[in-house]
Design a protein around this ligand. Structure first.
Ligand code: ZN
Length: 309
């Protein structure tokens, strides 16, 4: 009898996880890029150090993308950082974003020109919380209008940031409360056609993110950073995903790593999402890939070859 049970256990196929088993494609909606000027090094919250320079950081991020079949990634950095990464993007994996904190860094004419020239495909990451803003501030309004006109997706940071950040002079206006997803509700009303995703799914305000997605069917989220950076955020993302499943909005949740200066965050994020047993394989396929295809409006031509990279 014992032998039979043992045999039965051995014959049960091992539960294989999404990316590792079949190497199905992944889209990372949240990748940070740097040039020599903007790159810096620091250990992550577990003490793992970042690569020594900007080149090593790009190479390690790219290797990680190849390893896990990340076929596309939205990249955020300065205009120069984004262009320097696109130049080295031999497989055409990158989608151009722009890292912005305050609307005062922007100029409407330049902004519109960048869109016309194809140099801005996603407006964000908008780290408004770090500059004392939220997206419904009238200063953002002209840029949102332009995005709506050209159908450019908007990526807004929601939730908090790292400990003690408000004591850094540059970020002294940072407030966690500015990361509440409810603060973008006026934007959704004013711009019903605007494509917008909440980065970090609201983090501490994850219930507000779910409620807002339930109310506004055009609204998407990424779950970047939550999947790896700290045990607290990992617990938020579990709660968020469970609630999103109950609300039936999981088909608008997208994978993101938010690797920042730590390429290993990509691996940690994929593995953590794969480990969540309350999600079905179909849920994971949608989060890793299908939902982003819909949100980014990628067509047949854009995704040809994604399955076999
Ligand atoms: Zn980010």
């Amino acid at each position: 009898m014992k032998v039979m049970i043992l045999l039965a256990i051995l014959l049960i196929p091992a539960v294989t996880s999404y990316a590792q088993s079949e190497l199905l494609p992944i889209i990372d909606m949240h990748v940070h890029c740097y040039d020599n000027e903007s790159y810096f090094t620091s250990p992550d919250m577990y003490g793992t150090q970042s690569p020594e320079n900007a080149d090593a950081h790009l190479n390690q991020t790219y290797e990680m993308m190849k390893k896990y079949n990340i076929v596309k990634a939205v990249i955020f950095g300065s205009v120069n950082a984004v262009e320097s990464w696109v130049l080295k993007d031999t497989d055409k994996r990158f989608i151009r974003g722009l890292m912005v904190f305050s609307p005062q860094e922007l100029d409407t004419i330049q902004f519109e020109n960048m869109i016309k020239e194809g140099k801005l495909e996603v407006f964000g990451e908008i780290g408004a919380v770090y500059a004392g803003y939220d997206l419904s501030d009238p200063e953002f309004e002209p840029y949102l209008k332009i995005c709506e006109r050209y159908d450019i997706p908007v990526a807004i940071h929601t939730g908090g940031g790292p400990p003690e950040i408000s004591y850094v002079e540059r970020f002294k206006n940072y407030r966690i409360t500015l990361g509440d997803p409810f603060l973008i509700e006026d934007v959704l009303i004013k711009h019903p056609k605007l494509r917008i995703y909440l980065m970090h799914a609201g983090e501490v305000f994850y219930e507000h993110a779910v409620r807002l997605m339930f109310a506004y069917p055009q609204l998407y989220t990424d779950i970047a950073v939550l999947l790896w950076i700290h045990p607290l955020t990992k617990s938020y993302v579990v709660d968020f995903l469970k609630r999103a499943k109950e609300a039936n909005v999981l088909d608008r949740v997208m994978f993101g790593s938010d690797q920042m200066i730590w390429p290993h965050a990509i691996e940690k994020s994929i593995e953590y999402l794969n480990s969540l047993n309350f999600l079905t394989e179909e849920d994971k396929k949608d989060i890793f890939y299908n939902n982003a295809i819909k949100f980014l409006k990628l067509n047949e031509k854009d995704i040809t070859g994604d399955q076999k990279r």
